[in-house]
Design a protein around this ligand. Structure first.
Ligand code: HEC
Length: 304
């Protein structure tokens, strides 16, 4: 026993039972933590990605509204004064938006994006809401909210949509009021069956913009995986450090003290034990040192 200082051992981490035991325990805890981390990462990524998508959809709907205002304020008065109703884009902001939505969808890059003005009392039957759009419209009516963002199931799959209610105002009635009073060009073109008899204040339709959820999913998975990997790396590092700490501060000193105790039992009582530690291991070393001295004294007495 060349060095009789106990408590500052250096050694490899794997080879004590105690370190293995603690390692197993820590691995079990880490596994449970990991399950939580994965769920949390997914949830967190979903929140982040949805918030980002929502702000883009809001912007899109804002632009749609501005286009509408352009038609209503800048085109309609001029063309109405001249008695021009066709193409109806120039007098109907809804026609304009429907056309913009169609053109957007004809662009391969945005073919699955949605810009829609729908009503269940439509002037143009192609503006009648699909099943998913109807859900959105009903939701707007039920909640009375000025805007909603929602994941909606469409036949093509789930969509993230942003929607605003379209509320009838007195200005709408010149076309959407009594068909007898509506511009005859509009009645001639769309018929008199549907799209009329609006009542001021009622939610007549919805402005809906949407993106397929499948556009968001890859981003979501990327975010969740990244966060999970970071957490796993942190857990792994903590695992390694704790294991090393236990090995060096607890397990190896105990191994060393076991050797000392064995040697004492065989009569090797002349090497004093030293330690600079002030914790429980230090107390154990000092107690064994006292034991050694007692044995040493007893042996001397026996011999003397
Ligand atoms: C100058 C006439 C005119 C006025 C005023 C007008 N609209 Fe329309 N609106 C139309 C026409 C025409 C269509 C059909 C568009 C198409 O072919 O896609 C339409 C379509 C719509 C649609 C889509 C569903 C449907 O009916 O086809 C909504 C919703 C709508 N209008 C709401 C309004 C609201 C709300 C107002 C008032 C803020 C308003 N409109 C004012 C002419 C008008």
């Amino acid at each position: 026993m060349a060095n009789n200082e106990v408590g500052g051992e250096k050694g490899s981490v794997e080879n004590t039972t105690l370190a293995r035991k603690i390692g197993r325990y820590f691995a079990a805890v880490s596994l449970a933590a990991l399950a939580f981390v994965v769920v949390f990462s997914y949830w967190n990524a979903r929140q982040t990605v949805l918030a980002e998508a929502q702000s883009k959809l809001r912007l899109t709907n804002g632009i749609v509204k501005a286009m509408r205002t352009t038609v209503q304020k800048e085109l309609r008065p001029v063309f109405l004064k001249k008695g021009i109703f066709h193409p109806s884009h120039v007098v109907s902001s809804a026609t304009m938006i429907a056309a913009v939505g169609r053109h957007l969808q004809s662009d391969p890059e945005f073919s699955r994006y949605l810009i829609r003005y729908v009503s269940d009392n439509p002037t143009n039957q192609s503006n009648y809401p699909s099943e998913g759009e109807m859900l959105v419209l009903k939701h707007l009516r039920k909640t009375g909210k000025s805007e909603i963002t929602k994941v909606v199931k469409f036949p093509e799959g789930p969509y993230l949509v942003h929607a605003k209610p379209l509320v009838a105002k007195s200005g709408c009635l010149s076309c959407h009021g009594d068909p007898a009073a509506a511009p005859k060009e509009i009645v001639a073109f769309y018929g008199r069956e549907s799209g009329y008899h609006y009542r001021i204040g009622e939610i007549v339709g919805a402005a809906i913009v949407g993106i397929p959820f499948s556009e968001i999913t890859p981003l979501l998975i990327k975010q969740a995986v990244l966060l999970s990997l970071i957490m796993v790396a942190v857990l792994g590092l903590a695992f390694y450090l704790i294991n090393r700490f236990v090995q060096q501060e607890v397990a190896l000193p105990i191994v060393r003290l076991t050797e000392v105790a064995k040697a004492l039992s065989k009569g090797a009582v002349d090497r004093p034990l030293r330690t600079s530690r002030s914790d429980e291991i230090g107390a154990l070393v000092r107690a064994i040192e006292l034991l050694r001295r007692s044995i040493q004294v007893a042996i001397r007495r026996m011999k003397g």
